[in-house]
Design a protein around this ligand. Structure first.
Ligand SMILES: Nc1ncnc2c1ncn2[C@@H]1O[C@H](COP(=O)(O)O)[C@@H](OP(=O)(O)O)[C@H]1O
Ligand SMILES: [Mg+2]
Length: 285
């Protein structure tokens, strides 16, 4: 019985377009839990070991996501922000799920709309599938090989496919870049990076919405030198890559996932909308 379940889920992981839809639907359904918590005048929160906050909504949403994902993809290993995960059993390059029930918990607590629910699948150290849902904005971005944006109400589901908008990141503008930066975590290294680029405008945005706005063609670069975890970036990074963008580490290589030896922490990275322009620049004589 167990072997049969693992076999079924192994097959299911190959259909990445369906997985993207599944992740988006689960995230949209979970959005109702975030909005329920926001309806309380007081949101109970506590600080975790890394001094980042966690609320009752983070825990409820994560339990919901794990239950739904386990039912749909039994036996697939996962890394989830708030709970003990099966990541300990991961081998190099294995497929695994990454779950961030609320990315941008600080924004959530401040009652900003810039928080997201993130579900992703990484395999061979790359993000393959991702869904990012911003419940308070009613926007969902999701991608397997192809990426889309759609409107969806919290607790509802994805609209029919004719209402999805295909994602395409924009070419690098000649007259200066629009940069997106963390709303809560801006550091000196980010400021130094920005000072070396031709920046037309920089805008603070919370959570992995930054990746999605690059994928949407609304901005050009998202530099991040402060700490993030793989579950913060995997879904947004999958969305960005599907739209023609890329997230690079300091060696100029695509950001890798499944970094078990680093406890699944990301190092510094820069997410770019126009991967083709970077490639062209790198191959110039
Ligand atoms: N000291 C730290 N260690 C690890 N991650 C940190 C961190 N400070 C911020 N982050 C990450 O940055 C994310 C927020 O990103 P942004 O600043 O772009 O909105 C947080 O996501 P969570 O809200 O899921 O904890 C958190 O994981
Ligand atoms: Mg979180």
């Amino acid at each position: 019985m167990a072997a049969e379940k693992i076999f079924q889920s192994a097959g299911a992981l190959d259909d990445i377009e369906n997985l993207a839809r599944l992740f988006a639907n689960i995230a949209v359904a979970a959005g109702a839990l975030a909005m329920e918590t926001l309806a309380n005048p007081n949101i109970a929160s506590r600080l975790k070991g890394d001094t980042s906050p966690v609320t009752e909504a983070d825990e409820r949403i994560e339990a919901y996501l794990l239950r739904e994902l386990e039912a749909a993809l039994p036996g697939v290993p996962f890394l989830a922000e708030e709970s003990v995960s099966r990541g300990a059993t991961l081998g190099a390059g294995d497929a695994f799920l990454l779950i961030d029930p609320i990315d941008g918990t600080r924004e959530f607590l401040a009652r900003s709309t810039e928080f997201t629910i993130n579900v992703a699948l990484a395999e061979k150290n790359a993000p393959r599938v991702g869904a990012v849902y911003a419940p308070a904005q009613g926007r969902v971005w999701f991608a397997g090989a192809h990426g889309y944006e759609a409107r969806a109400v919290p607790g509802g589901s994805l609209p029919p496919s004719q209402d999805w908008r295909p994602l395409r990141a924009r070419p690098r503008p000649a007259d200066g870049l629009v940069a997106l930066i963390s709303k809560s975590h801006l550091d000196e290294a980010t400021k130094a990076f920005l000072s070396r680029q031709r920046i037309a405008r920089s805008a603070p945005v919370g959570s992995s919405i930054k990746f999605c706005l690059l994928a949407n063609g609304e901005a050009d670069v998202y530099p991040r030198f402060g700490p993030t975890m793989e579950w913060d970036t995997a879904a947004g990074d999958a969305v960005l890559r599907s739209a023609g963008g890329v997230t690079l580490d300091p060696d100029g290589a695509p950001l890798r996932y499944g970094k078990k030896a680093d406890d699944y922490r990301n190092g510094p990275f820069v997410a770019w909308a126009d991967a083709a322009a970077l490639k062209a620049a790198a191959t110039l004589p």
